[in-house]
Design a protein around this ligand. Structure first.
Ligand SMILES: [Zn+2]
Length: 393
């Protein structure tokens, strides 16, 4: 048995406890969360800082870890995607080595679960070891070409067939983004996935040309596709933001993680929440700064009661894979988001989005959520910028 105590314990599912004690068994299962007065000081492991549950990272592309530093910052999404598509090739050894290191970095930084996009099976071996809980989103796209849907579905359902999730991990087929998936491919994905109880992910409203394509049938996606000899001549704009196309073609009975949402308005968020009570909103602020040099308006998410989660995106579009660094970025640019809310985004909301809240996301009796020590931070979350994280369990 272990008894950790610090200035404040943040269970996340309930109010912070000053001088709280987190009691676990040797496997890390929470036995109780109590007050220091109830314990002999000699029995306690006393720390300075805040105790919190392990972080949940709801968006990454672990298989792109070998591309760290290869694609330029600040160019916008379309040049970024072009860079990824043209530069992602590497030897299997380089790819595997980078995946191992990226997983180690996340474990060290307090991440206990990952929602991870896969186009290839490169990460499946690391995932099968079960050092954290993984939700693998095998990602499909056909560049809005129904003629390509059958091949896309055949190729990526075969990738999915190779996934061997460790106990506690899971997977689904997931559409890449509204601007890259035809209605036919959406239907095939939905037919393949279970009708309820799973999580599906989709990139959403990450760049102005995405909304422009759907709202007006114009913009940079025409040139982008043209360069790859892909025609959008058949495309009929809906006159609404791109998220509405996703809502028309996805299953509201499953959990959906909309990722990025940099351009999402309060009306967009409300429309998605009316569509399904199982909507989650993954924000990847450092990747947004890396790629587009812009951030979502978090006030719109707070005003609509949206369940926000935090992702790191991949090392292709980030300087590190750290949920704490993502929290710092949000607090640095939009400091009205309170610390306890940020911590909820980083833990419990993410666990719920992945369906992993049976064991993760909060310091509740019976869970094995991991226990993190945040040092250098005030009891109210002040000085977050100077915080460091240490994994106790
Ligand atoms: Zn992504």
């Amino acid at each position: 048995m272990k008894k950790y105590t610090a200035g404040f314990v943040f269970p996340v599912s309930s109010a912070p406890i000053q001088n709280g004690v987190v009691i676990t068994d040797d496997s890390g299962k929470i036995l109780a969360v109590e007050h220091r007065d109830q314990h002999d000081p000699a029995s306690l492991d006393i720390r300075r800082g805040i105790l919190a549950p392990g972080f949940v990272n709801t968006h990454c592309h672990l298989e792109l870890s070998h591309m760290k530093g290869r694609v330029n910052t600040g160019t916008g999404l379309i040049p970024f995607i072009t860079g990824v598509v043209t530069q992602r090739n590497a030897t299997a050894e380089i790819i595997a080595d980078a995946i191992e290191k990226a997983e180690a970095e996340m474990l060290e930084g307090g991440i206990v679960a990952l929602g991870d996009i896969s186009n290839a099976p490169d990460t499946f071996e690391v995932k099968s070891r079960g050092r954290m809980r993984y939700y693998t989103f095998v990602e499909l796209f056909d560049f809005l070409q129904e003629a390509g849907a059958d091949k896309a579905f055949a190729d990526w359902s075969a990738v999915y067939g190779q996934l061997q999730p460790a106990a506690g991990s899971n997977g689904s087929l997931s559409p890449h983004a509204p601007y890259s998936v035809s209605k036919k491919l959406f239907r095939q994905i939905q037919t393949f996935n279970p009708d309820r109880g799973i999580t599906v992910s989709i990139h959403n409203q990450e760049t102005p040309p995405e909304n422009e394509l759907f709202e007006r049938g114009s913009g940079d996606f025409y040139d982008f596709y043209g360069k790859f000899n892909i025609s959008l001549d058949h495309f009929v704009p809906s006159g609404k933001g791109s998220i509405h196309y996703a809502l028309d073609n996805m299953n509201p009975a499953n959990r959906t993680i909309f990722v990025h949402n940099t351009l999402s308005t309060a009306d967009d968020i409300r429309a998605a929440q009316a569509w399904s009570p199982h909507t989650f909103w993954a924000t990847c602020p450092n990747a947004n700064l890396y790629i587009e040099n812009r951030l979502p308006n978090y006030q719109a998410f707070i005003d609509t009661g949206a369940r926000v989660t935090i992702g790191t995106d991949s090392l292709t579009s980030n300087w590190q894979l750290s949920i704490l660094e993502e929290m710092k970025t949000i607090a640095r640019y939009q400091s009205y988001v309170p610390f306890d809310m940020l911590l909820r985004w980083a833990t419990l909301n993410g666990a719920q989005a992945l369906g992993f809240d049976d064991t993760l996301g909060s310091l509740d009796v019976g869970k094995t959520p991991g226990v993190l020590l945040l040092e250098g931070i005030g009891p109210d979350g002040s000085n977050l910028d100077r915080a460091t994280v240490k994994r106790l369990i």
